[in-house]
Design a protein around this ligand. Structure first.
Ligand code: IMP
Ligand code: MG
Length: 181
């Protein structure tokens, strides 16, 4: 495992994003919607960096990979989502990889009739997108490596790490059937 982004670099980038968002959403009725589970670190740090009156809500995405299901099978659970109709919504997720998760979540949120809808991610993997949409805000572009830490997991492990680390093939081992986002 190799450290790709130090905790201090993350802190600075999230602080800068928070200030940018605070300026962009000044005077608005913002609801920040975090995607469980990967976004929890970013969500907590970002809202405190924004220093703006806002609401926090949650949505869950689970992707199922493995022999039993088609690759990329995605389940969205919006039972935890509060009423966001007429509100300005910012969707916050850990990483934009193929973009399918963000694309689906934006679709789901649109169905709840927000006044406006944008997205922010910590990491944006280069050259992997399979969708039209791009994140409106991001902190870091990264190469195509599997990363963990600061909320990101591998089979539920490593979310607690304060930095972002890259896993090599040896660390990755066998793929699991169920991946919680
Ligand atoms: P996408 O739908 O392909 O953009 O994938 C997004 C989801 O897959 C993220 O919310 C993560 O849960 C997971 N994911 C994608 N790449 C990585 C990675 O490098 N490390 C950990 N999780 C990842
Ligand atoms: Mg995940």
């Amino acid at each position: 495992m190799k450290v790709l982004i130090e905790a201090e670099e993350i802190r600075e980038a999230v602080e800068a994003l928070g200030q940018r968002l605070a300026a962009d959403y000044a005077g608005k009725t913002l609801t920040v919607v975090g995607v469980l589970t990967g976004s929890v670190m970013l969500l907590a740090d970002l809202v405190r960096a924004m220093n703006l009156p806002l609401r926090i809500s949650l949505i869950r995405a689970s992707s199922y990979r493995g022999a039993a299901t088609r690759p990329g099978e995605l389940e969205v659970d919006d039972q935890l989502l509060d009423d966001v109709s007429g509100r300005d919504v910012l969707l916050v997720d850990d990483i934009f990889d193929s973009g399918r998760t963000l694309d689906r979540l934006l679709d789901t949120l649109r169905g709840h009739h927000p006044a406006s809808l944008r997205s922010a991610v910590l990491l944006w993997k280069t050259g992997r997108s399979e969708v039209e949409v791009e994140p409106d805000y991001h902190c870091f572009r990264i190469p195509d490596v599997f990363v963990v830490g600061y909320g990101l997991d591998h089979n539920g492990e490593y979310r607690y790490l304060p930095h972002i680390a890259g896993l090599d093939d040896q660390d990755l081992g066998e793929p699991s059937d169920l991946g919680r986002n």
